[in-house]
Design a protein around this ligand. Sequence first.
Ligand code: OMP
Length: 224
Amino acid sequence: MSNPVYLALDLPQLDAAKALAQKVKAHVGGLKLGLEFFCAHGSHGVHEIAQVGLPIFLDLKLHDIPNTVAGAMQAIHVLEPAIVTVHASGGRAMLEDAKAAAGEHTKVVAVTMLTSLDERDLQRTGIAGTPHDHVMRLTELAHESGIDGIVCSGQEVAAAHKQWKDGFFVVPGLRPAGSAAGDQKRVVTPRKARDDGASVLVIGRPISRAPDPVQAARDIEETL
Ligand SMILES: O=C(O)c1cc(=O)[nH]c(=O)n1[C@@H]1O[C@H](COP(=O)(O)O)[C@@H](O)[C@H]1O
């Protein structure tokens, strides 16, 4: 089985991001480039990181009207990402149009509820109910819209997987036992997420900020 870990390269410097990717590439299955990276380095930066030779997950979390999101999806065809994120709360038409505009080999996955939020945060955005209920509702919407899968925390992935048997499940908010949660609120260990049905494990700081990132990536790989 291929390594399900995608390393989140949330680093401001392109050189440092590329050097880190080169160092740990034997112990991860892909590289995730998010808003911090894309805003700083754009398409040029994505091409640079793609030279490392691993699949690229472009985490742009698109959330706009359907026409705008479809245009953005078309604009990134040239980057040939393996995975792209949109927000499920953009609604069904946006999800359908995002998928229709995506490249043939790109998986479109919808963020349900950010792993940095808990039930109280959710209520403050005006949404009643538990994170579990909210994630299940948006999982159903994503499934109906014909996209490839969702992003959720490891606390919901078992239930989401049960609801959508052949879905593609991206799980961030992962922390090896004993590591700092930081701004993440709904966390589980990488092993638990994998056992519960995650297709991709997104891991950033537990590797990138470790004193020895290669050792940290290797230690995580060994738990899987
Ligand atoms: O879409 C994501 O990848 C994502 C969704 C989510 O709900 N929570 C979340 O943390 N992420 C991303 O996953 C990565 C987690 O990084 P660490 O908390 O450093 O492991 C970051 O790059 C986030 O942008």
